[in-house]
Design a protein around this ligand. Structure first.
Ligand SMILES: Nc1ncnc2c1ncn2[C@@H]1O[C@H](COP(=O)(O)OP(=O)(O)O)[C@@H](O)[C@H]1O
Ligand SMILES: [Mg+2]
Length: 258
């Protein structure tokens, strides 16, 4: 096994619901230092694969490892502690917390007292709260959101709520970042800002996987792309290779989804 490059790997992943095969023996490798795209028509199984990688779903067969470490059977919380975090296709922010507090929830794994303590009036909690606040502000700054730190998510347009979710995902300095349709609901200029932010986030020790319908975004930021159709990988390669792949062209031209 090549241990020089850390990777999140799925081997022979199969998932079905009531006899419906959602993932059919997938082999995937998402490498640190790369942004990998995961594309395919609606219902192809992209979100389900993310759910398997994060532990929200348990595949019937197959194995998932990160840097050689077997993750099978670990809960989403346990995987998050190992640095594997995601954003959701549908925005999932707490409406009762401010933008800043929502992002502070994401940084909690790096602190001993945990995020609950960040809201309690002890000295340790005060110190940790200050540090968490600073990290959360940094993440907001990185995505151009510092000015809305004290607003509540429902006061923001959908595109901005999505960026807040991404800030929450990156604030804990994850090893693996899984983004499910991060540009959904973003307008053109927000999408351009997001692309820039994601490119800036890319780092040699970070595995970043982006599920996205916006082809311009995928083609311009991804180093490698997997194409999923009916739960199977039909193509994998550079944006150029995938763009010219006959099966991919057929899937996209023959689909109403895009
Ligand atoms: N919890 C579930 N129960 C039943 N079917 C599911 C569940 N999650 C996903 N599926 C099915 O799996 C297929 C793939 O869905 P999904 O992974 O959301 O696709 P994508 O994200 O590529 O659009 C769909 O047919 C969907 O209905
Ligand atoms: Mg999906």
């Amino acid at each position: 096994m090549n241990v020089a490059v850390k990777a999140l790997k799925g081997e022979e992943i199969s998932l079905s619901f009531g006899g419906i095969k959602v993932l059919q023996g997938l082999d995937v490798e998402f490498r640190a230092g790369e942004i990998t795209g995961l594309i395919g028509p609606n219902g192809a199984g992209k979100t389900s694969l993310f759910n398997c990688l994060t532990g929200a779903y348990s595949p019937q067969s197959g194995s998932i490892t990160y840097a050689g470490d077997v993750l099978d059977g670990l809960s989403p919380a346990a995987r998050a502690t190992k640095g594997i975090v995601r954003s959701f296709q549908h925005v999932a922010l707490s409406p009762d917390l401010t933008v800043l507090e929502n992002v502070m929830v994401g940084v909690a794994r790096n602190f001993h007292a945990g995020w609950v303590h960040a809201f309690l009036p002890t000295l340790r909690a005060r110190n940790e709260q200050a540090a968490m606040r600073a990290s959360a502000m940094d993440a907001l700054q990185e995505l151009g959101l510092a000015k809305v730190a004290d607003k509540f998510p429902t006061e923001l347009p959908p595109g901005m709520q999505r960026l807040v979710e991404i800030a929450r995902a990156i604030v804990g300095k994850p090893d693996v970042l899984l983004l499910d349709e991060p540009a959904a609901g973003l307008n053109n200029s927000e999408t351009r800002d997001l692309m820039r932010s994601l490119k800036n986030l890319a780092a040699t020790d970070l595995v970043m996987v982006v599920v996205e319908h916006d082809m311009d975004l995928v083609m311009s930021i991804c180093d490698r792309i997997y194409v999923l159709n009916f739960g199977e990988i039909v193509a994998c390669g550079s944006p150029q290779q995938v763009r010219n792949n006959d099966d991919v062209v057929r899937i996209y031209l023959g689909s109403d989804d895009d």
